[in-house]
Design a protein around this ligand. Sequence first.
Ligand SMILES: CC(C)(COP(=O)(O)OP(=O)(O)OC[C@H]1O[C@@H](n2cnc3c(N)ncnc32)[C@H](O)[C@@H]1OP(=O)(O)O)[C@@H](O)C(=O)NCCC(=O)NCCS
Length: 244
Amino acid sequence: MNDQIWLYLGRQAASPAHYLAEQSIQSIVGWIPSILGVGLRAVLYRAILYMEGVAAIEDGVRIRFASNVSLGRGSYLDHGTYLHACPGGIRIGAKSMVMKNTILHVYNFRNLPHAGISIGARSLIGEACILRGQGGIHIGDDVYFGTLVQVLAVNHVFADTSRPVSHQGITAQGIEVADGAWIGSGAILLDGVRVGRNAVVGAGAVVNRDVPDYAVAVGNPARIVRDLREAPLDLDRYAATPVY
Ligand SMILES: CC(C)(COP(=O)(O)OP(=O)(O)OC[C@H]1O[C@@H](n2cnc3c(N)ncnc32)[C@H](O)[C@@H]1OP(=O)(O)O)[C@@H](O)C(=O)NCCC(=O)NCCS
């Protein structure tokens, strides 16, 4: 029983003292809605995580290993987001937004060397995305994610037929999404891939190979259907549709 309690605590915070501080502060002000709650959290959460300037944290945000979280000036965590930042940490850059019900999960309990999630400046992670950062996830500046995107920087080893897959360990190489890219809704990025600068990944794509800079990739498995520099889109295509 004792072991289970320590295991539980070890999965929640960097130490029992951190657990106490993080749970107390989140319990006291984590639920308070409206601008009042946002203001209180902008002041009090500095005691448990690193915040540059003022970051807006909505009510109902759940943060574990808060001592490994860094929030940039003007960043935004929407209601229901969940950050689990065990060593390696989670860094969200200035003016970046993480929308409702998104899960940022580093989940590094195996001493993985590159685990962590970093999001650059002015990027947006849409609603209900799931990022698993065991191999490290690096998202650049001005990146735009649709809804329900999954970024999975981990794979299970499954070569040994005499043992359950869950006993064979994992590999975790890492995923990069470069500056200015757009990832369409429902896309899945698999471990080891790089999505290039200003590249576009279509809705529902499963990306298992690198997408070069300025490429458009769609489908499962994702295939490149355009190089935006070699075959530029005609801007007149938007003539009939207003661009906002
Ligand atoms: C990829 C996308 C941007 C269109 O790019 P495009 O360069 O204009 O592509 P086209 O419409 O000319 O299509 C090119 C080819 O890719 C296919 N295609 C386009 N989008 C696709 C998708 N999401 N999945 C599978 N195939 C797709 C087209 O059928 C076409 O195939 P074909 O040449 O065999 O006929 C768009 O289809 C898309 O997926 N947008 C994402 C929308 C979204 O997630 N919005 C949420 C807000 S962030």
